[in-house]
Design a protein around this ligand. Structure first.
Ligand code: HAM
Length: 418
């Protein structure tokens, strides 16, 4: 029996990889412009890190983690998200000692045992960014603007930004109580999951996709009406800065996040183009997380986007770089010349292909077509002797005579690129 990949774990083949590289490069450029530096943390952490940060009563920790005991009897988990590991590293390396304001970004695989479908996988990839050490709403606005700039630069008008505030440990308990008493009267109409959430994590009922729950929670109290003065002012200032920088957004008071560490500002970039997987990027402020993990009382805010979802939105846009030239040979005696040219041209930055297997001229030309080479050249005894050849522009058949040297070919190929 042939072996296949594990369900929900995908191979990324070269054409798709190019799309990914384009996304990664755009993110790196935009993030570096904003003063962020890359951090690379392990894909596996002690299980306790995720229980203490994401929260024991979240879907991620309750049922989606790849947790196992290693040979040393330690409970370890493949990271389901990036923020916890980055903050663990921030504390472990005392990055705050030099400067509490750290701007960090990361990209890589994350793992969640979810039911795979379009846009939702068990191994997926995030590109994320985090700022620590800033209480001021300026940081919230910069992070949101950076995300919006990324999507603009990549050429997507979808997704759109939705923001909310989840309050803080001072005002959220009162909201939770208000929500619970609202839900209590409707408990019978809620799904089994929400009945459980009612006790453990009532805010999550607002995020349930079951039609009965959406209907029953339609008139639920709004978190925005329960913010304390500090959280209310913070949220107003975030909106002020977004208006100032002309970043479009809408307010979604029902947005609750699937991770427990959030305080105040939360946000999602949502799209209607990916079915039920509507969040392309998401994040928020986590002012208590660093101290909760044993670090100093330093606030943080950040986001992560799903690379696969961004790639799906980019759709069929081509990111393949095509060969500049295909070198065909009449016979085996020209293969030395062809190979030297191939080698020299590649070293000079020209993308060249040739026949590797001594195929017939007809099949070599078929391959030149298949590879969509911009130019082709056929080298025979005469061309080798004269050190000149006729180059054919494949798109329109235009023929040009040029020296059969690295610089001659380079000049021809570069000239036609302009
Ligand atoms: P999250 O909302 O759990 O937040 O995930 C962020 C993004 O990762 C989602 O919006 C989605 O695009 C993508 N994603 C999540 N699960 C999957 C999956 N199974 N398959 C494909 N894509 C997926 C976080 O992870 C937070 N750490 C974000 C953050 C950073 N908050 C503050 N800083």
């Amino acid at each position: 029996m042939t072996l296949t990949a594990v369900k929900g774990f995908n191979d990324i083949l070269p054409d798709e990889s190019r799309r990914w590289q384009h996304i990664e490069q755009t993110a790196r450029r935009v993030f570096e412009l904003n003063g962020f530096g890359e951090i690379r943390v392990p894909v596996m952490e002690k299980t306790e890190l995720f229980c203490r940060s994401i929260g024991d009563a979240t879907d991620i920790v309750e049922k989606e983690m790849y947790t196992f005991t290693d040979k040393g009897e330690n409970s370890v988990t493949l990271r389901p998200e990036g923020t916890a590991g980055v903050m663990r590293a921030f504390i472990e390396h005392k990055l705050y000692a030099q400067d509490p304001v750290a701007k960090l970004y990361y990209m890589g695989p994350m793992f969640r045992y979810e039911r795979p479908q379009k846009g939702r996988y068990r191994q997926f990839h995030q590109i994320g960014a985090e700022i620590t050490g800033v209480h001021d709403p300026l940081a919230d606005a910069q992070v949101l603007n950076m995300l919006a700039t990324f999507f603009r630069e990549i050429g997507l008008t979808e997704p759109t930004l939705q923001i909310n505030s989840l309050g803080c440990p001072e005002c959220r308990p009162a909201y939770r109580t208000a929500l619970r008493s609202f839900l209590e009267e409707r408990l019978g109409a809620l799904c089994e999951d929400c009945k459980r959430r009612f006790a453990t994590n009532p805010l999550r009922t607002l995020d349930c996709k079951v039609p009965g729950c959406i209907e029953s929670t339609a008139g639920a109290p709004s978190v925005l009406e329960h913010l304390c003065k500090g959280c209310d002012d913070h949220f107003s200032t975030v909106k002020h800065y977004l208006d100032l920088s002309a970043t479009p957004y809408s307010i979604n008071a029902r947005m609750v996040r699937g991770l427990d560490y959030y305080t105040r500002t939360t946000f999602e970039m949502v799209t209607g183009l990916l079915g039920s997987q509507s969040a392309v990027a998401a994040g928020g402020r986590y002012d208590g997380l660093i101290s909760q993990l044993g670090g100093p009382a330093i606030p943080g805010i950040g986001f992560a986007m799903g690379l696969e979802r961004v790639a799906l939105l980019l759709g069929s846009q081509e990111f393949t770089t095509l060969p500049d030239l295909f070198i065909a040979t009449m016979g085996s005696s020209e293969r030395d010349v062809a190979f030297s040219l191939l080698d020299g041209l590649i070293k000079s930055g020209v993308r060249v292909e040739m026949d590797y297997e001594g195929k017939s001229l007809k099949s070599q030309m078929r391959r030149a077509d298949k590879l969509k080479a911009r130019y082709s050249v056929v080298i025979g005894e005469n061309e080798v002797a004269a050190e000149r050849a006729t180059f054919k522009r494949m798109a329109d058949g235009l023929q040009s005579d040029a020296a059969l040297t690295v610089s001659g070919i380079q000049t021809l190929v570069m000239k036609s690129e302009q």
